[in-house]
Design a protein around this ligand. Structure first.
Ligand SMILES: *Cc1c(COP(=O)(O)O)cnc(C)c1O
Length: 416
């Protein structure tokens, strides 16, 4: 190592030694020899999941058969797992339901928002929003005769000053999935409310990564996924939060039978269940829900403020590594260094992002990229170490210095 790397190496050792969350890494089964920095796309396997799934499959399903809907709490799982997620996003019990994908939950939440503000014709979303959020905004707007306006969070105040009275809902993510920039949820929520509109937050990159406190902020609706920072496994169920004050008037566009007030009455007409249960749709994916429920125990006894402090320490440390080892080689950090504006991943710009991420993976460092030129390094305070960040930076430096990668762009259809 160079002297600089040796100095920041000492820093990594010290930060890890002083880390109160370090023992939590044992709650995950991370493969040996791998530095995993892609938990913001697919969280790793929590140790609690496999034993629970074995029991669910062999005993609950295999032996209990259909009786397990009652005897093992399958029927209530969407609300029970919803409440467990609620504890991580500052939602009191009874306002969060788990199930379906984020895309489906977005459709539900956008439709519900439009129905709560029927006299307002505009749906505001971020031009940089995740593609599915953008596509579904268009789809819902088409069905509800709304117009979509693409307004960046930084421009929201100005937009609302002239058009606020026409806005039904503002649909944003607190963290930009490309750059890792964190927006001011409180300021954006308050500005939206002053205009009389509703706010819908997509918490995919926030739930489990930082405190969001939806109740305290007065958020109207939120959605998020189960497989990123919540580590619920590939295709884990997503969640929908609706503030209690909206429940009585909440009508979602997907009025499935499990959201009915009397699902087993098999009534010909739909009547919504009281409370958040009306946001249920169809038969829940029990295996995935119970895997997610087990995964969430990795957060037991942990405070989101501690998670946030460590996440910022990891990303701040990685930005320092990048400055010393990588910016001289042509990398440009695009994630804000200001801690108030930084989510839980760091993105570096380099024209050969795809080939570099492949070369890093061959070296045991799993990160990811967003076309055309961003390398993303996600941290999860439950298991990531400062040493992981140093290893990633040093190996990335070596790959570039030794020209040991293929500069070809990302072929279509590849996940990473
Ligand atoms: C990951 C992510 C999604 C994913 O949606 P799926 O329906 O689970 O594929 C949606 N929105 C945002 C902001 C995301 O980060």
């Amino acid at each position: 190592m160079t002297t600089a790397a040796a100095t920041i190496g000492d820093e990594a050792a010290k930060l890890d030694a002083d880390d109160p969350l370090a023992p939590l890494r044992d709650r995950f089964l991370l493969p040996g020899g791998v530095v995993y920095l892609d938990g913001n796309s697919l969280g790793p396997l929590p140790a609690a999941v496999a034993p629970v799934l074995t029991d669910v499959v062999h005993r609950q399903w295999g032996t209990g058969l259909i009786r397990s809907w009652n005897e093992h709490g399958w029927w209530d799982a969407p609300l029970r797992v919803g409440d467990a997620i609620g504890r991580l996003i500052g939602a009191a019990a009874g306002q969060t339901v788990a199930g379906d994908s984020t895309s489906v939950q977005l459709f539900s939440a956008l439709g519900a928002a439009a129905a709560l503000r029927p006299d307002r014709p505009l749906l505001v979303t971020d031009p940089g929003h995740f593609p599915t959020d953008r596509y579904l905004a268009e789809a819902v707007a088409g069905r509800e005769s709304l117009e979509v306006r693409h307004v960046a969070p930084a421009d929201l105040d100005g937009f609302l000053a002239s058009e606020g009275h026409r806005v039904a809902v503002v649909s944003y993510s607190p963290v930009d999935f490309r750059t890792g920039e964190l927006y001011d949820m409180r300021a954006l929520t308050d500005a939206t409310h002053r205009a009389g509109a509703l706010v819908l937050w997509d918490l995919c990159h926030a739930a489990g990564a930082l405190p969001v406190d939806v109740d305290e902020l007065g958020v109207d609706l939120a959605v998020g996924c189960g497989y990123k920072f919540l580590s619920g496994g590939p295709g884990a169920p997503a969640f929908l939060y609706a503030a209690r004050r909206h429940h009585a008037a909440l009508t979602t566009p997907l009025t499935g039978w499990t959201g009915h007030a009397e699902p087993f009455a098999m009534s010909p007409d739909y009547a919504p269940a009281p409370g958040i249960a009306r946001a249920r749709i169809g038969t829940p994916p029990i295996l995935s829900l119970l895997a997610l429920e087990a995964a969430l125990t990795a957060f037991d006894g942990v405070d989101l403020a501690q998670i946030r402090a460590k996440s910022l320490s990891l990303t701040g440390y990685f930005l320092r590594c990048a400055e010393e080892l990588l910016t001289p080689l042509g990398f440009e950090p695009v994630t804000p260094s200001d801690t108030a504006r930084r989510g839980s991943h760091v993105s570096l710009r380099h024209p050969h992002a795809y080939g570099l991420v492949q070369a890093l993976a061959a070296q045991g460092v799993i990160a990811d990229m967003r076309a055309p030129d961003l390398l993303r390094f996600g941290v999860n305070a439950l298991y990531t170490t400062h040493q992981d960040m140093l290893t990633a930076a040093v190996r990335l430096r070596d790959v570039v210095r030794d020209d040991a990668y293929d500069p070809a762009p990302q072929p279509s259809g590849r996940v990473v």
